[in-house]
Design a protein around this ligand. Structure first.
Ligand SMILES: C[S@@+](CC[C@H](N)C(=O)[O-])C[C@H]1O[C@@H](n2cnc3c(N)ncnc32)[C@H](O)[C@@H]1O
Length: 249
């Protein structure tokens, strides 16, 4: 049985904390250890900690939501959902892969930038992915790109990994362009990323992706991604669509 961890969210100073600056304390026998939500390397090394914070405490629903919306999108076509060859970008410790497996997908490849994510996947969810690459997609070399092309991906998913200093646009575009035309794309993104006033690179890229018709949207849903540490709902969009063409690099 996986050990429960003693975690505490900060009580004061909450009001000015941005989503990407959030942190918690891991209480141990000695002093409390402060860990930021973005310190994935530290979190993944402690078995069950990621699940306890984001899923048990903060009620994250995104792997299920994105898998469900992808399935609904593919069912609007003649394609077979279970036969998709899926690239999971920002795969972390494999929770999205596990969810897609539950939905019947059998061909899955994970990618993450940190080795701790791979090690946690092997430790906690062995066998979920057919292959798992520890790779920085902003610096993909030609050999590794050829190796990835050989998987003939016709689907890409990325969950809880876009914006907020996680996956940069260049890495997203690299992965998107590995998917064959007519393939499927599913991801989630914070609702404010669609505001016209949001001029972060990600917003512009996602809008361009949709409005320049690199993707035809099949399903889009606003939903509660998770709670913030103050217990407030954080709303995201889950989006699934069909790729028409590569995004210009
Ligand atoms: C919040 S976690 C989400 C993990 C998983 N998708 C899930 O939903 O449980 C974000 C993940 O994105 C990964 N990540 C951040 N930047 C990345 C990059 N440039 N390329 C690949 N993965 C990246 C992090 O290492 C982390 O594992």
């Amino acid at each position: 049985m996986i050990k429960r961890h003693r975690i505490q969210f900060p009580k004061d100073e909450l009001t000015n904390i941005n989503q990407d600056e959030a942190y918690f304390y891991l209480q141990g026998s000695g002093s409390d250890r402060k860990i930021r939500f973005h310190d994935y390397d530290e979190i993944y090394q402690i078995q069950g900690l990621y699940e306890q914070i984001f899923y048990d405490r903060l009620k994250c629903t995104s792997p299920t939501k994105v898998a469900t919306i992808l399935e609904s999108a593919v069912k609007q076509s003649q394609d077979s959902f279970s036969e998709l060859r899926v690239l999971d970008l920002g795969a972390g410790n494999g929770m999205v892969g596990e969810e897609l497996k539950k939905h019947g997908i059998s061909r899955l490849v994970g990618v993450d930038i940190i080795s701790e994510a791979y090690e946690a996947t092997i430790r906690d969810r062995p066998g979920v992915y057919d292959a798992y690459y520890v790779e920085d997609f902003t610096k993909l070399g030609p050999e590794r790109r050829d190796e990835l092309i050989a998987w003939q991906f016709d689907c890409m998913v990325t969950v809880a990994a876009l914006g907020f200093g996680d996956i940069p646009t260049k890495a997203f575009v690299e992965a998107f362009n590995l998917i064959k035309n007519g393939g499927w794309v599913a991801f989630n993104i914070k609702d404010t990323f669609f505001d016209i006033s949001d001029e972060s690179g990600f917003s512009t890229m996602i809008r361009e992706l949709i409005f320049a018709k690199h993707v035809d949207i099949y399903c889009i849903e606003r939903y509660r991604h998770r709670l913030s540490i103050e217990g407030k709902p954080l709303f995201y969009f889950a989006i699934a669509g069909r790729k028409n063409s590569d995004f210009p690099v």
